[in-house]
Design a protein around this ligand. Structure first.
Ligand code: GLA
Length: 729
């Protein structure tokens, strides 16, 4: 059992393979945090120090003990109203209009297996893989109950946390803030690592010192957003890829979120992650329960590479589901950058035929096949096949494509509607809009009110009708704008709409994966605007960015790799000049970079030269050779492309028997210096053979001195080297 309760000291200890998490119910019933870090034994309540703290409030029941203040103590669930003036995890507006709350320990349960959260995505685990701790806290005045849920997957070094909030009182209350996770660090100097961006330039890595004051990352957009990713890392100032302590929090939720890091007056650091409190005011009537989506924690005592690998393995094996969870995905060709809206059935068939001849395994028909969707100003919501445009029924097109030996996939954007659509003309109130105000448009479209069951039911029915027309094996599930005009006709409490929207969306997705268990879903939101752990529960891959420029992709994929496995990263080779940047990069380089993901193409093969076609065939066979290693191997960042002149990464099999090194020279100069890339993760004191050259290298030399990259003319040259441990020769 990874969870231990010491009755006498009222201390809970959670052990993973390499980490320990400890907390204590103190003499007043407050649940105090003691420790999270490298695995250790013993009890750590000696760490709690008490001193008379001027201007820091004391709970009334501590009597005249002025040394006891929630403003200074590390807590599991800091809430508004206890005299803690730091950022709280929970704020509740009580029936009398007051904001006081005061949660004290009532009881707890320890059980085998991992808890589930009704209606929400969550990490899952077998009975023997995980343990669950539930701690019930209650406010003695209002009778509101909060049950903190901790899931421990010891072998994966993963701890999850969620909360269940129940109104045990008679009258309606409002949840004003609900963070799933809080980590209080009583000492230490930290850096905050977070991932910011914009459409077509997502998840740039930013590392800044956590200083006095609060640093906040947030999405108010109703989706997890391009702008900030719902995942954050707190790392020791000296922590590198290979050494030092670091902590990650990742939110298993795809809507608005808030992450906070606050260094307080006593140099303590608080890290919080959960729901955004903006536009959030969730009503709970007598007995009603609210489920806070979960946060995944992991700790590494040996640097950021291991921290990321912990998340990669957890998400790949205990969050993603379905037929394609760990299997290699089909190599696809997507029609978007090949044709945009300019296609008919014949041209799609021609695209498929050429793709099949080159070795591609699936044709994806992107936007433009339905309703009157001749451009991106109309048609969303009308999920019936535009047979006039295709010139044939969808079923016959699919059949013809299948006959070429290709799978067939299709694009949907269920949550959006154009005002110029039959659906909107029939149900204008189904779009989010505030009565009397004209709604904000994004890409000339509105958002459907997924907090309403009838809306979700209708769309599900219509989309199933399309999916049932033929052998559709893949769906690109898109969402191309932020939510706005938070107003639903179904409720008077508009502060619940964004959360209920997500519950509606997850319900839709769950129904889809249950009804079509063999369907491969790829999440998408203008590329990577909803790239989060919540979506990975339904779709094992997500289109990483609308930016297919190889060079930009190096940094986008670098940032993404901190929190998400390569098996989740949708990545394709596209044409040059690139459609987003105008940059020209070598075909080979584009291939190497797209191989750090679920590989595919986003181009019209007809535009390729014969030489490029040969290269493409070669690329496909290379990818297929390496795909299991890429998808399931351990991922190492070898350089930081934001700071270095080479972008480099490697996949190393878990048993250390093989490694695939990938490197791209980002800048070429006159009289070029030699760039050396140091490998990571090889088995020490072994010889490795590089397959193409046949050269033998000592693993320690490869990791300490590195391997020189050839000096070559021309920008953006890429190199891929496959090393096999020589004991297998
Ligand atoms: C979004 C997606 C693209 C493409 C278009 C279609 O921008 O990210 O890949 O599917 O929509 O409109």
């Amino acid at each position: 059992m990874s969870i231990i309760f010491m009755e006498q000291d009222k201390i809970f200890t959670l052990h993973t393979k390499d980490a320990t998490y400890q907390m204590k119910v103190d003499r007043f019933g407050f649940l105090l945090h003691l420790y999270y870090g490298r695995r250790t034994g013993g009890t750590m309540d000696y760490l709690l120090q008490f001193a008379d703290r001027g201007f820091s409030g004391n709970p009334n029941d501590v009597g005249d003990d002025r040394t006891y203040s929630m403003d200074a103590l590390p807590q599991e669930l800091p809430c508004q109203g206890t005299g803690d003036y730091r950022s709280p995890a929970v704020i509740i507006k009580n029936a009398d209009g007051s904001y006081g709350c005061d949660f004290r320990y009532k009881s707890h349960r320890i059980s085998k297996g991992k808890y589930k959260i009704p209606g929400l995505p969550a990490v899952y685990a077998g009975e023997d893989e995980a343990d669950t701790l539930e701690i019930d806290l209650e406010d003695p005045v209002t009778k509101v109950k909060i049950t903190l849920l901790y899931g421990v997957i010891a072998d994966l070094n993963i701890i999850t946390r969620s909360a269940r909030i129940q109104n045990g009182g008679r009258e309606k209350i409002y949840l004003k803030k609900a963070q799933a996770a809080c980590l209080d660090f009583i000492n230490g100097e930290y850096d905050l690592i977070c991932f910011y961006g914009r459409h077509a330039m997502e998840r740039n890595m930013q590392r800044t010192p956590a200083v006095h004051g609060a640093q906040i990352i947030e999405s108010r957009r109703g989706t997890s957003s391009h702008q900030y990713n719902p995942m954050m890392i707190l790392a020791g100032r000296e922590t590198t890829e290979d050494a030092g302590s670091c902590y990650a929090m990742s939110f298993v939720y795809s809507g608005s979120f808030k992450g906070e890091v606050e260094k307080d007056q006593y140099n303590q650091t608080r890290m919080l992650l959960g729901l955004s409190d903006e536009l959030f005011s969730y009503p709970l009537s007598e007995g009603e329960v609210f489920h806070v989506p979960e946060v995944v924690f992991t700790y590494s005592g040996c640097g950021l590479a291991k921290l990321s690998q912990n998340l990669h393995v957890c998400f790949r094996t205990h969050l993603c589901r379905g037929k394609y969870q760990t299997s290699v995905r089909p190599i696809l060709l997507n029609s978007w950058e090949a044709a945009y809206f300019d296609f008919d059935g014949d041209s799609i068939y021609r695209l498929a035929k050429e793709a099949a001849e080159l070795g591609v395994e699936m044709l994806v028909l992107d936007d433009g096949w339905f309703g009157k969707r001749y451009d991106d100003n109309r048609g969303l919501g009308d999920w019936y096949v535009n047979e006039k445009k295709l010139g044939e029924p969808l079923s016959s097109l699919i059949q013809k494509i299948n006959d070429l030996g290709l799978k067939f996939g299709i694009w949907f954007e269920p949550e959006s509607v154009n005002e110029d659509s039959d659906l909107f003309r029939e149900h204008p109130d189904w779009a989010l809009a505030i009565p009397g105000r004209r709604p904000v448009r994004g890409r000339n479209q509105l958002v459907l009110d997924f907090s309403r069951k009838e809306v979700v039911d209708y769309l599900f029915k219509e989309i199933c009708k399309v999916l049932d027309q033929g052998n559709i094996e893949y769906v690109k599930f898109d969402m191309n704008r932020s939510l706005s005009d938070c107003y639903s006709h179904d409720t008077n409490d508009q502060g619940k709409v964004y959360y209920d929207y997500m519950i509606g969306l997850y319900d839709f997705l769950e129904r889809l994966v249950q009804r079509y268990p063999n369907l491969l879903l790829e999440g998408c939101s203008g590329g990577g605007g909803r790239f989060d752990a919540g979506m990975l529960y339904y779709s094992p891959q997500i289109w990483c960015s609308d930016n297919t420029d190889a060079l930009d992709r190096i940094s986008i994929q670098y940032g993404t790799s901190f929190g998400y496995p390569v098996s989740a990263v949708g990545s394709h080779v596209s044409a040059v000049p690139n459609h987003q940047t105008g940059r020209i990069t070598p075909f080979y380089t584009r291939g190497v970079i797209a191989m750090a993901g679920t590989f595919g193409y986003e181009l019209d093969p007809k535009q390729l030269s014969e030489e490029e076609k040969l290269e493409l065939k070669e690329q496909i066979s290379e990818y297929k050779r390496y795909a299991p290693l890429i998808q399931n191997g351990l991922y190492y960042r070898l350089t930081n492309p934001f700071e270095e002149e080479v972008g480099a990464w490697a996949f190393v099999s878990e048993d250390g028997k093989e490694a695939l090194l990938n490197a791209v020279v980002l800048k070429v100069h006159g009289n070029m210096i030699v760039n050396y890339v140091r490998l990571k993760g090889l088995t020490r004191h072994c010889m490795y053979r590089e397959e193409k050259s046949g050269m033998l290298y000592a693993s320690d030399a490869l990791m300490e001195a590195g391997i020189p990259l050839p000096v070559q003319m021309g920008d953006y040259q890429a190199y891929q080297m496959h090393f096999v441990r020589a004991d297998q020769d």
